[in-house]
Design a binder for this molecule. Structure first.
Ligand SMILES: NC(=O)c1ccc[n+]([C@@H]2O[C@H](COP(=O)([O-])OP(=O)(O)OC[C@H]3O[C@@H](n4cnc5c(N)ncnc54)[C@H](O)[C@@H]3O)[C@@H](O)[C@H]2O)c1
Length: 409
């Protein structure tokens, strides 16, 4: 049965998702929801959607089957819990939550309500982890020995503006709300290692860099997080006996990246600013992966082959191109309605929407269910704790894997 979906928060990031949810063949209706009436009216007109709602509270009283929460990043867990308790399926933008307790509560609520919960982790669908999952399944890595992943995003690269607009609509002071610990937003990095290896973090030691820039963003006496660290680097022990290093940097002289490197006993995947590469122990055995993994867009093969509607010369991006996707992506599984529609974050947006809608419609667990969402987020929260204690080795709490018999209602 097609679902009626409510999109909560029609700010900047939602612009990428409204057209995709609206176009999905298994979504019968979309309702837009935001606290800001002007923004709501503008989006309703822009996207041709007649149903709107002034708040999450009100939306949960309606007949929507599911909600996509694309609100400010510190609000997600309580809002997801509220929606699950109202018996709605939940898609949540990252991060999962910003405290251990709210993530524990979220996991318990999913177990109790048996609704779909999916974390909208873009990195999961990036070409590098997609590629590495395939090579691990083929046995090409051997045993995993070490992983690295990092999210470098300097505050000068638009993040000050992002902070300002996220605070504005809630009437908050950016100087107080900003400066959150970088490890409270670790999921882009952690998910890359965890989703490939299937292992989870068991212990962590983390170091923090005390910020020295002239603004007061990371002044622990100013921000509500009491946080001084603008960069955090953590070394984790993994459940498969390997280790992993995760960096979350917000003050760094770098163009910015979300990337991973993974070493096995037989082969390794390396990614740096110059691009991705596969290497083995044999000298000279290297495979450059730029063509396979670059998100340059891919022509739809079946459209080209069928010669429908007058053949190749008539194919436009609207009907013949998987926008922003890489050759490694499994594009055949996406709805044809997505052809020519915007995509983003390395081809991930269309897969995110499709995985969530399918899970709701088919009553199945999506790949990034709450147990994975917890495993992506909790290690960062504990890592920050370790940094506050000078790098003390701490146990990482694990809420476990998805129960085998978990049935969605
Ligand atoms: N790669 C990624 O995964 C990625 C990239 C960008 C943003 N994000 C995430 O997307 C989220 C949104 O970011 P943004 O820049 O679009 O923020 P934004 O401030 O532009 O939009 C958030 C909107 O949510 C609305 N909102 C908050 N509480 C509400 C409530 N109770 N009811 C109705 N509306 C409510 C606000 O009014 C605001 O318009 C963030 O959590 C961010 O972490 C993820």
């Amino acid at each position: 049965m097609p679902i009626h979906l409510g999109i909560v928060g029609v700010g900047a990031f939602a612009q990428c998702f409204i057209p995709l949810f609206k176009a999905h063949p298994r979504v019968s209706r979309v309702t837009l929801c935001d606290l800001d009436p002007e923004k709501l009216a503008k989006n309703a007109a822009q996207w041709g959607i007649d149903r709107t709602c002034p708040s999450l509270d009100k939306l949960l009283e309606t007949d929507v089957d599911a909600v996509a929460i694309i609100t400010q990043h510190w609000l997600h867990a309580p809002q997801a819990i509220q929606a699950l308790k109202a018996r709605k399926h939940v898609y949540s933008a990252v991060p999962t939550g910003v405290s251990l307790q709210e993530i524990r509560d979220l996991e318990r609520t999913v177990r109790e309500t048996r609704k779909v919960y999916m974390i909208g982790e873009t990195s999961y669908y990036y070409p590098a982890p997609v590629y590495c999952r395939k090579r691990l399944a083929a046995g090409d890595f051997g045993r995993i020995v070490f992983g690295e992943a990092e999210y470098y995003h300097d505050m000068d690269h638009g993040l000050m503006e992002v902070l300002a607009w996220r605070c504005k609509s809630l009437g908050l002071d950016p100087r107080k709300q900003g400066g959150d610990p970088p490890m409270y937003y670790p999921t882009h990095s952690t998910s890359m290692i965890i989703s490939v290896t299937g292992a989870h973090m068991t212990h962590v030691s983390c170091q923090g860099y005390v910020d020295r820039e002239p603004d007061t963003l990371y002044n622990p006496d100013v921000n509500i997080w009491k946080n001084a660290f603008s960069n955090e680097a953590a070394l984790f022990r993994m459940s498969d006996g390997s280790s992993a290093r995760i960096n979350e940097f917000r003050r760094v002289g770098h163009p910015g990246t979300v990337r991973m490197t993974l070493f096995g006993t037989s082969g390794s995947f390396e990614e740096n600013t110059a691009g991705p590469i596969w290497v083995t122990k044999k000298w000279g055995e290297q495979q450059r992966l730029d063509d396979l993994l670059s998100c340059a867009g891919v022509a739809a093969k079946d459209v080209a082959a069928s010669g429908s509607e007058g053949g190749m010369e008539k194919i436009t991006s609207r009907d013949g191109t998987h926008m922003g996707a890489a050759k490694i992506h499994d594009l055949a599984r996406l709805p044809r309605e997505f052809l020519g529609l915007p995509n983003g974050h390395n081809g991930s947006h269309q897969f995110l929407v499709d995985d969530f809608v399918r899970a709701c419609d088919e009553r199945t667990l999506p790949p990034n269910h709450v147990w994975n969402a917890a495993r992506y987020a909790i290690p960062g929260i504990v890592a920050h704790d370790s940094a506050l204690q000078g790098g003390k080795l701490l146990d990482v709490e694990d809420l476990g894997a998805a129960p085998r018999d978990f049935a969605i209602k």
